[in-house]
Ligand binder design. Structure first.
Ligand code: ADP
Ligand code: MG
Length: 322
């Protein structure tokens, strides 16, 4: 049965790449990285209840488990190539694996990522994906490198995924517009878009970059710490989607934008002189960016209101071991 499940995964995720010399089916994969490139590797685990609601559809879980990993490669400015999948299932549920594989494969095909191996075991539902991509040597984008005077940006919009988590049930909505907004928010939670093309535009130009997985303020805080700088974020500038604007009042919206996780947008810093050219090139990738703050001397992240007064946040982001 285990081999039947592996075969379902193999046959549905059939991206062909010449650099995969031996893929699924032997004791290990054999890969031929392109000459003169550095490898960039990341791994992330999704656990039921912790990382996704129990009602998450298997195809969404397949998509998301790859998306969160590709997002880490995006934040490094890498081009993705290969993925591995360690799947732990409570039972040998063929239908679950088929649907999971379809969601995983849909995103893998978009980025031409080959599934090169993994492991299939029995236990409480857990999904671990690892990805490997390429970057020219010494050119990976890091969290360090932001300088006082740089500007801070974020791609897309923030807060949607956390908002999607607030509305797990249908039948709760007053009107059609709100119901549509809830669907859009939920879709952002279930099917995040890894900003691969944006990462490649930013590589070599952004002074620092991180993907927003734990919450904007928390993740920008990691960037500030690694760079040895402070960051001031301008709350009224944080970008909101039409759905978020429709479904939440300003105060609650700000909490979701500032500290909600799971958006998988890229937060990055740029020297001021680069702003215009980079914004132009990002717009061509289909994920524009918004200027949300600036890098200052010092440490930590401050969220400022329209008058420049600091806003206190009850929660800055997600932490597994608070
Ligand atoms: P081994 O016992 O040598 O670890 P397995 O039976 O676990 O071999 O796996 C057989 C082949 O199937 C290997 O190539 C492995 O990488 C691949 N594989 C197993 N599980 C998965 C999975 N969930 N996704 C992709 N490939 C898998
Ligand atoms: Mg094995």
């Amino acid at each position: 049965m285990e081999f039947e499940l592996i075969e379902i995964l193999r046959s549905r995720c059939d991206v062909a790449r010449a650099d995969v010399r031996v893929g699924i089916g032997d004791d290990a994969a054999v890969l031929a990285p392109p000459a003169g490139h550095a490898l960039v590797a990341a791994t992330d685990t999704l656990i039921e209840h912790v990382h996704f609601p129990i009602a998450t559809r298997p195809e969404d879980l397949g998509w998301k488990s790859l998306a969160v990993n590709l997002s880490d490669l995006a934040a490094m400015g890498a081009s993705p190539a290969w993925a591995m999948l360690a799947l732990t299932l409570p039972s040998a549920d063929r239908e679950f694996v088929e649907r999971f594989a379809d969601g995983f494969a849909a995103l893998a095909a978009q980025h031409h990522v080959a599934l090169i191996g993994g492991d299939t075991t029995k236990g409480p539902l857990a999904v671990t994906v690892s990805v490997i991509g390429f970057v020219p040597p010494g050119r990976a984008m890091l969290r360090s490198g932001a300088h006082p005077g740089d500007l801070v940006f974020v791609t897309g919009t923030v807060g949607d995924a956390a908002a999607g988590l607030r509305f797990p049930f249908e039948g709760l909505f007053q009107n059609e517009a709100t119901a549509e907004a809830c669907d859009a928010l939920r879709a952002r939670l279930d099917r995040p878009t890894p900003r691969i093309a944006a990462g490649q535009v930013l590589r070599g130009r952004a002074s620092a970059c991180i993907d927003v997985s734990d919450g904007l303020v928390a993740d920008v805080g990691h960037l500030a710490k690694k760079s040895g700088v402070g960051i001031e974020l301008n709350a009224p500038s944080l970008p909101a989607s039409p759905a978020l604007l429709q479904a939440f009042e300003a105060a609650e919206r700000l909490v979701l934008q500032a500290s909600g996780g799971d958006d998988y947008e890229l937060a990055f810093t740029l020297p001021r002189a680069q702003e215009a050219a980079v914004m132009r090139d990002l717009a061509k990738t289909g994920s524009g960016a918004t200027r949300i703050g600036r890098v200052v001397e010092g440490s930590g992240v401050k969220l400022l209101d329209a008058n420049g007064a600091e806003i206190a946040l009850a929660k800055r982001g997600w932490n597994h071991f608070p």
